[in-house]
Each structure stands twice: as C-alpha cells, then as structure tokens.
Design a protein around this ligand. Structure first.
Ligand code: SER
Length: 592
C-alpha cells in the first residue's frame, strides 16, 4: 500500500463514519506563538479541543504535515524524521473511548486487513489522582484482543500532550504491529523493538495549566495520530521509513548526485544520504509555507536544515550545488497532494540557490580550519569553537557534528564562557555607542525603542506571523524600521497598526523586564534573535500582559532601555511605508 492509498483509505473510512474531512494547517502555526512549527494533527485544533465550536462539526479527520526538530540528532536512523505526515481523527466532545477504539480496531483489522495476531496495545496504568484506564483495556478485550497482548504502562508511554506548555492532554492507548517475519509471541513485551507503534488514540480529557496542575476538561475529546511514513513502511515489511516512497525516491535522487543507488550505498554513507533526504524534504515544505532562511525562529531552523544537508553533501563528495535537484524530487513526489509545493516552486528554488551559495563559501573555509585544529584529549577547546564561529561564521552545531564524527566532543562550557564574554564586550560597545548617540536626547529614543516593540507586535497581528525585524535605526527624530513582508501595506493596514499601538499605549501598561535563559525566553514565546545569544541570560521585555503567559501583547528579547509605562510614549504615527529591498518593507514612524 502506498502513502497515497493509506491516506485515501483513512479519510474515506472516517468520512463514512460521520467525520468531516478538513484541510491540514500550514507548518507555521497560525494561532500558537509558543511553537515554531505544527507538531501534530491536534496542534491546530487546540482551541476546539478546549471547547470552541468547530465550523465543520464534532467529528473531524485530516492529514497534517508536521515538523519535529527535537530529535534532529537521531535523524538518519531508520525512523526519525523532521518532517512527516500524520493522519488523525477527532471527537470534539462527541464519541468517547469505546467508539474511538472500535474505529481504530475496525480500520486496522478490516480496512488494512491486519491479522489480530500481529497486534498488541498499551493503556495507561494510572497514577495518583488519575485512574487506571480499565475502560480502554476492556474495550480492546471485547473486540478480541487477548489480555496478554495488553500492557499497562505509565506516563512516559501512555500519556500525550500538551503540545506546548499548557493545553489539552490525557492518557492514551497505543497500537503496535508485529514487524518481524517470525511468528509473533503470545505475550506482548513492550521492550521488544519488533513491535512497532503505528497509531495512538489520545483521550484529551485534561487541561494542563500554567502552574503545572491538571484540570478536567468540560469537553471530553479524542485525538488520534498515525504516522504515514512509519505505517506504510511497517506494513510493507520494511524496517525503515526510507525504504518506501516518498523518502525512497528522494534518497534515489540524493544517491544519483554521486553516481550511486540506495542498494549500492556504502554503509557509512547511509546516514548522510538519509539526513540530506529528510532535511531537504522538510526544507522544501517549510519554504513552500513562506518561511525564508534567517537567524531567527522558523527561519533559523530552516537555515540549519539547509546547511546541515549541504554539509553532509560535501562529506559525500558532492561538489556542485544540489539542493534544488533534491527539492525538485520532493515537489514531483508530493506536489500532487500538497499544491503549495508546485505553486511556490520558483520561490523555493530561488531561496535554495541563495542559501547554498552563501553557505558553500563559509563551509569551505570553516572545514579547512577545522581540519587544522589541534585537539587534546578528544575535546575541541571552547576557544577554537568560538573562533570557528566568530571568524569563519561556522555554525556551532556543525562543529559539534564534525567533532562527534571524529569521536570528539566540544568544550561546551568554555565555549559558552567565550561567547558570554564576547557578548558582554559587544554589549558594552553598543551601550557606549548608544549613550554617545543619545547624549542630547536619550529619553526620546528610549520611548521610540519601546514604541518599536509595540509596532512589531502590531505588524505581526495585522499582517501575519511572517513579519520579522530586518533592521532598525532609531534617532531622536524618528524610528526607521525594516521588516519582512512581501507587499505594500494598504492604508487600512497602516491605520490598523497605528490604532493597535495607540490602544496599547493608552492602556497604561507597565513595561516589565526579566532576565531569563534563552530556553525560558523561548518557552514563553519571546521574539528575538536566538542564534547569537548562546549560553547567556537574556533580557525579555514584556508589554501588555504577564511575562509568565504567552499571550502578552509584546514580548521580546532585547538589551533595552525602555520606558516604565506605555503612557510615557504619547501618540504613535506612521509617516511612510515603502520598499526597502526584495521582500522587505520599511516604515518611518514618530511619537508625537
Ligand atoms: N497527538 C498525538 C500524537 O501526536 C495523537 O495524534 O501522537
């Protein structure tokens, strides 16, 4: 069965059972500032799992493109992927455990015709305050699953969510397929890797709150997820997601770049080929959703994926630019289902060419330098890592990868210290400059600075999440601010941004500042440059909300300084909106 057939069968089965087929969401979450990418089918549905009414009803099904970068280091093994497709069906306060499990059982045994003998399941064993899930176990038994094929496991295995820091979550029941040609053992052993998980039914009946406690949800939901690549490969008797399409054909394309085939591939080249296939597939999809490579947020992840792929390409001896050819293969294979790939083909190709050209020069110099390093006691010194980074522009994660391949580690602590020192020096420099330039009028510019935070938050609200700061120049006379946006703003949009900013000013919000680690800042959904702040605490300025919560009006990593209260800003006005460079707009604004 191909991926296309599985998706079709799944959607048809659930449609037949009263579910509405909905469109999957883009990879960049539209309503969740706490996450960079959509990580699961339920992710775009969070508001509806929390009780908001979904226009398509209470039974939904879809296929959702997802990105998970948490296990990026594992990519290249048989199963880990950064981009994957997830099938799902949802009950929004409609059916409960029994019916959800019956749907799963019928789909697996009747539609996919999997013999019961090859199936095992796990259910939640319970913990203080949350009962053992006997209802699920009883339902499985009533359908013919033998008790010895049911394992009760704890939170590590049988609890899912929330997708971000807070939100809907609950116990789950997972389904496993016996992947070996040998007969399946009578008794299910969760440690036996030949049992491969293919589906997860989550009973989202709790809401995790900011303080870490759980409250029962008024609306009892079901959220299920089946990984397409994994299921297709497993059912085809393969032991890797790369052995079936679309990934197989993408690896064929990667292998062709250095005149080989997946079958003839030398063992040590398997991992690099898979990493290239995975990363460039993810890249093609991320670009298709309008993200461009940069040093912040989604753009930074994208840049990292592209650069990692190029680096592994150079390791395989591929000397000419190749990312476009792999992207072409992705578009050919998946552009039928995901129309955005074809629509954005030109944009994808242009961005890849630009990034590849930029990075190749860096890579060449950095690799030469790396080869000359003197490494003592299998640890690359933090100083060397820092020099590679600061002088050669060599990304730290690539130094880390290279070190790993040589059986070395990098001195993370020393690197962090070097970095912090450098940051300190450049900050002192910046503060000096700042003071120098402001000698006459520092108060005005401080106000402009805070207004700029409000403006970028307002721009993102009015124009969308693709808006990022590309440059800012603040004098006592005006704010000049460059940001990513593909077209001219309409007079209405300009007015909306002005109104939003002035509305916040008039609310007399205090401006709060906190020192957080980068991780904490990210977790709280702060905007800002993440790459260059390695290993140090950053200041996060919050306006219009509690710094603990994610939906503050503005939350940015910034060196400051800022006013104490928005009332000090006066009245905000945009004087001009014009093009700055391709894909970048420029605003000139003042405070009156
Ligand atoms: N949200 C669950 C998962 O991602 C089920 O869809 O596995």
């Amino acid at each position: 069965m191909t991926a296309k057939e599985l998706k079709q069968k799944y959607l048809e089965f659930f449609e037949k059972n009263g579910h509405t087929i909905i469109a999957g969401a883009p990879l960049v979450p539209e309503n969740d500032p706490t996450a960079l990418f959509t990580t699961a089918g339920m992710h775009p549905l969070v508001p509806y799992l929390l009780g908001e009414k979904h226009p398509a009803g209470t039974r939904l099904t879809d296929v959702q493109k997802c990105i998970r970068t948490g296990d990026i280091d594992e990519v290249g093994d048989n199963w880990h992927l950064t981009f994957f497709e997830m099938l799902g069906n949802w009950s929004l306060g409609d059916y409960g455990k029994k019916e959800a499990i019956e749907f799963s059982f019928n789909f697996l045994t009747k539609e996919l015709e999997i013999s019961l003998d090859k199936l095992a399941v796990t259910v939640f064993t319970g913990e203080e305050g949350i009962p053992r899930d006997e209802e699920s176990a009883e339902t499985w038994k009533s359908l013919g699953v033998k008790p010895e094929r049911i394992a009760y496991l704890g939170r590590e295995d049988n609890w899912w969510g929330p997708a971000g820091q807070t939100g809907p979550c609950g116990p789950d029941t997972e389904m496993f397929y016996w992947s070996s040609e040998e007969d399946a053992p009578e008794v299910y052993d969760p440690k036996d890797k030949r049992w491969v998980e293919i589906w997860n039914d989550v009973f989202m009946i709790y809401n995790k709150k900011v303080d870490g406690t759980y409250e029962p949800l008024a609306q009892k939901n079901v959220d299920t997820g089946m990984g397409v690549e994994r299921t297709v490969a497993t059912l085809a008797g393969k032991s890797s997601a790369y052995d079936v399409d679309p990934l197989f054909s993408i690896t064929v394309q990667v292998c062709a770049l250095f005149n080989t085939t997946p079958e003839e591939l030398e063992f040590e080249n398997i991992k690099p080929v898979r990493i290239i296939a995975d990363h460039l597939r993810a890249t093609t999809f991320i670009l298709a959703d309008g993200v461009t490579p940069s040093n912040v947020e989604q753009g930074y992840v994208l840049r990292r994926l592209i650069r990692r792929a190029i680096r592994y390409g150079s390791e395989l001896g591929i000397t000419s630019p190749f990312t476009q050819q792999v992207a072409e293969a992705v578009i050919d294979l998946q552009g039928g289902f995901y129309k955005e790939l074809r629509e954005k083909r030109d944009f994808i190709m242009e961005e890849l060419a630009k990034e590849e050209e930029k990075f190749n020069a860096t890579l060449e110099n950095g690799l030469k330098k790396f080869e000359k390093l003197k490494v003592e006691g299998s640890k690359v010194s933090g100083k060397d890592v820092f020099i590679l980074f600061s002088t050669y522009g060599f990304p730290v994660e690539i130094t880390r990868d290279l070190a790993k391949e040589n059986g070395w580690t990098i001195d993370e602590e020393e690197f962090a210290k070097e970095f912090a020192q450098h940051q300190d020096l450049s900050r002192k420099g910046a503060e000096q400059k700042f003071k120098g330039g402001l000698a006459d009028n520092s108060e005005v510019t401080t106000r402009m600075h805070t207004a700029t935070h409000l403006m970028i938050a307002a721009l993102r609200k009015v124009l969308g999440e693709h808006v990022y700061q590309k440059g800012a120049n603040i004098t006592a006379e005006r704010i000049r601010f460059d940001f990513s946006h593909p077209e001219k703003m309409t007079p209405e949009q300009i007015k909306q941004v002005e109104d939003l900013v002035n509305e916040q000013i008039e609310k007399a919000h205090p401006v709060s500042c906190e020192e957080l680690t980068l991780e904490e800042a990210k977790e709280r959904g702060a905007m800002g440059v993440f790459e260059s702040k390695y290993g140090e605490k950053v200041k996060v300025y919050t306006v219009g909300g509690d710094s603990q919560v994610k939906d503050a009006f503005s939350k940015e990593i910034c060196g400051g300084p800022h006013v104490q209260n928005t009332l000090e800003l006066g009245h905000f006005k945009i004087l001009k909106e014009e093009s700055s460079s391709s894909g970048v707009r420029r605003i000139k604004a003042i405070l009156e």
